[in-house]
Design a protein around this ligand. Structure first.
Ligand SMILES: [Mn+2]
Length: 366
């Protein structure tokens, strides 16, 4: 060992090496230990600053305009659980995104260096033993995070992008957008409709407690009056439980749909046009179930359905929605493969959602 150390080659850096511009940081050892690695230290989404958004009233909390909030919850699913690891997974998948070097090749812009201050609030503390309690905890967390005065002097209400978490968590997010903005139109990227009536899901006869789950939350959001009747699904391909009843109830809940294979006929631009036309001038909530992607692109999901969209198609469609008044959004994965296929896709979806929010600030409803 001693021999190896004495013969180890000194690596000489050019004097301008590293990210630091301040000579003082090179310190006594002549080595910069303050900056330069996106892979060191604790992991936040896209290496953004962490703010303790859920702090008590006595604490002075840094202001923000767009908040990333994790919802580690997966006990309301009908197939594979694991989405409680989603928020951590998406953060891991986002490690290579550096806010100071995230210049978009297509638009030339860097949304992290624009008007909006984007921060990572960490996760809502959610129990894994009781869905009712967990969703109340998430409701309360949304209320606190969206209730702070935004950093921007013009747009007073901060907007939240939730890192899921199974899709049930979107109900809390919709309750939150309703509180701050009123009813919203939902653009729902998913292979499943998620408007299933609790009375028919799993053969019917399930308890009130079990009836609130990842396949019924949009039905419940409609029943609670949180969403408008000009909402739309995108990427649908999963089978129906009932041949007519599902679709009838889906329309009753305010939804139209773009099916997965429609993209073969009308292309990404055709999909964008249909989504934009449907929600028109409404305030919009965009919910992305990562299973809208084909399992080839996002295998780590609870209810994978083959025949889905590619990551490139989804990102093109999301970018094409620029100009919509997006007031909330979410995305959600689980156990990934060693190449982190799913979380890389999810991290870039979040980036696209941040871009939409930066492009179009939204005035708070009075
Ligand atoms: Mn789904």
């Amino acid at each position: 060992m001693v021999l190896a150390m004495t013969t180890a080659r000194e690596i000489t850096f050019p004097p301008t090496s590293g990210f630091a511009s301040d000579q003082a940081v090179f310190g006594q050892a002549g080595i910069d230990i303050t900056t330069g690695s996106a892979f060191a230290g604790l992991t936040t989404y896209a290496n953004l600053p962490h703010v303790h958004c859920l702090a008590g009233e006595e604490e002075d909390v840094e202001k923000y305009d767009i908040a990333i909030l994790g919802a580690p919850f997966d006990t309301a699913v009908t197939a594979r659980p694991g989405a409680r690891f989603g928020p951590g997974g998406i953060r891991a998948g986002s490690r290579r995104i550096a806010p100071e070097a995230a210049w978009d090749i297509y638009t030339g812009e860097n949304v992290f260096l624009d008007w909006a201050k984007v921060v990572d609030c960490g996760d809502a503390p959610l129990t894994f033993l009781d869905n009712t309690v967990a969703l109340k905890q998430l409701d309360a967390s949304h209320k606190i995070v969206s209730g702070r005065v935004a950093n921007s002097s013009k747009y007073r209400t901060p907007r939240i992008i939730t890192l899921g978490g199974d899709h049930t968590t979107t109900l809390s997010a919709l309750r939150s957008t309703y509180r701050r903005w009123g009813e919203v139109s939902v653009i729902h990227f998913d292979s499943h409709i998620d408007t299933w009536d609790p009375k028919v899901l799993a053969g019917g006869g399930i308890s009130h407690y079990a009836g609130l789950n990842h396949g019924t939350f949009l039905h419940i959001a409609h029943e609670e009056g949180l969403i408008r009747n000009n909402s739309i699904h995108a990427g649908i391909r999963a089978p129906m439980v009932r041949p007519k009843g599902d679709l009838k109830n889906d329309v009753r809940c305010g939804f139209e749909m773009v099916k997965a294979r429609d993209i073969d006929r009308i292309g990404a631009s055709g999909v964008i046009e249909r989504l934009k036309r449907r929600v028109a001038d409404s305030k919009v909530y965009i919910s992305v179930d990562i299973d809208v992607l084909d399992p080839a692109f996002a295998p780590a999901t609870g209810t994978a359905e083959v025949g889905g969209w590619t990551t490139r198609e989804l990102l093109s469609i999301l970018d094409g929605l620029s100009g919509l008044q997006v007031v909330g959004a979410d995305v959600a994965p689980i156990y990934d493969n060693p190449g982190e296929t799913t979380v890389l896709a999810a991290a870039e979806v979040v980036h696209a959602l941040v871009r939409l929010m930066v492009h179009q600030p939204v005035e708070t409803a009075e």
